[in-house]
Design a protein around this ligand. Structure first.
Ligand code: SF4
Length: 341
């Protein structure tokens, strides 16, 4: 279960993983069944059991809870089945224990009739797998939709009062840093309130693996994925687009099938470590002759500042004999100050 913490209200998604069902596409990077680690859709009993188990661990106060149908193309299944899934979870909304429903789908599977059905069943958040907002990249990935489709679907979703999320991928064939920036800028322009940043991984058996084996695709390095994600993360923050996740969730089953691509384990920690490395380099005067430095950080940033596997601390220890990271509750986000003693 994924959690976010915004303005002291804790956000929880209770995930219901839907494997590829009605999706007639085969995007070159996707093996949806491996990504969701199950071959058949969950039945009503599984769904109820899973929701109840999650709810037992979620506090009643100061929490916002969404049931999230992840994985497949939700609006690609029949209206009847969509209704059945959504009806199944209505008692949780009616009781007030769950605040809304999140679904993920494709941009070209959005239409007014389906949005009416989602609205009538308390769906609040719609995430579109946009992946790139550059037509050339979409075409090379065989996404089967265009940037114009994303624009049209995004407008319709917002006009109908849903929270719009646009997911993006990095490092697809034909993609590069300028296109990644362009995609992020378009996500902001389209007024998405949420996004996810997924560096491309090469999964065994996909068309992308075949293209790579023929020498026509070079996966991103981990360093490049971290660098691009760090810049985009800060850009999205500046424009109040919430980044729900960086790096694909990889189950143990899926990890065995990843044949190439950046190492996205602990990916958010790696990205935040990079952001803090830049901040510390700007803030700390390495020419000071001192035995000890104390670096003061906002409490929620402490681990990121120290760095994944303490990499930022280790870098500073190459210069100063003693390095202490301390918290100051008055500080927020990327603020810090340094005492040289
Ligand atoms: S549309 Fe989604 S589910 Fe279908 S192949 Fe593409 S990524 Fe996979």
């Amino acid at each position: 279960m994924e959690t976010e913490n915004t303005n002291r209200l804790r956000h929880y998604n209770i995930p219901i993983f839907m494997p590829e069902r009605a999706c007639p596409f085969q995007c070159i990077f996707c093996d949806q069944q491996k990504i969701t680690s199950q071959l058949i859709p969950p039945n009503a009993e599984d769904i109820i059991q899973s929701i109840n188990m999650h709810l037992e661990t979620i506090p009643h106060n100061n929490s916002k809870v969404l049931i999230a149908f992840f994985g497949g193309t939700f609006t690609g299944i029949s209206l009847k089945e969509q209704t059945e899934y959504l009806q199944l979870v209505q008692p949780y909304i009616k009781s007030g224990r769950v605040n809304g429903i999140r679904i993920s789908t494709r941009p070209d599977y959005i239409n007014q009739k389906n949005l009416d059905l989602l609205k009538a069943n308390n769906v609040t958040h719609i995430e579109l797998g946009a992946q790139s907002l550059v037509d050339k990249v979409l075409e090379l990935s065989q996404r089967g939709h265009t940037y114009a489709d994303v624009v049209e679907a995004s407008k319709l979703i917002i006009e109908n009062g849903f929270v719009l999320g646009l997911q993006m991928m990095l490092g697809l064939p034909g993609d590069h840093w300028e296109y990644a920036l362009l995609t992020a800028g378009r996500i902001i322009e389209l007024k998405a309130e949420e996004t996810r940043i997924y560096p491309s991984l090469v999964i065994r058996g996909t068309a992308l693996e075949k293209i790579m084996l023929k020498g026509n695709y070079t996966p991103m390095t981990t360093d490049d994925a971290v660098f691009q994600s760090a810049i985009l993360y800060q850009l999205f923050q500046k424009h109040n687009v919430k980044v729900l996740r960086m790096g694909l969730y990889t189950s143990v089953d899926l990890e065995d099938d990843i044949v190439a691509g950046p190492d996205t384990r602990h990916f958010k920690e790696k990205v935040m470590t990079y952001i803090w490395k830049q901040i510390l380099e700007q803030q700390i005067d390495k020419s000071k002759k001192t035995n000890c430095i104390d670096i003061y950080i906002a409490p929620n940033q402490l681990n990121f500042a120290v760095g994944y596997l303490a990499t930022n601390r280790k870098l500073l220890l190459e210069v100063f004999p003693q390095v202490n990271f301390k918290t100051d509750a008055e500080l927020t986000d990327y603020m810090c100050y340094v005492d040289y003693s």
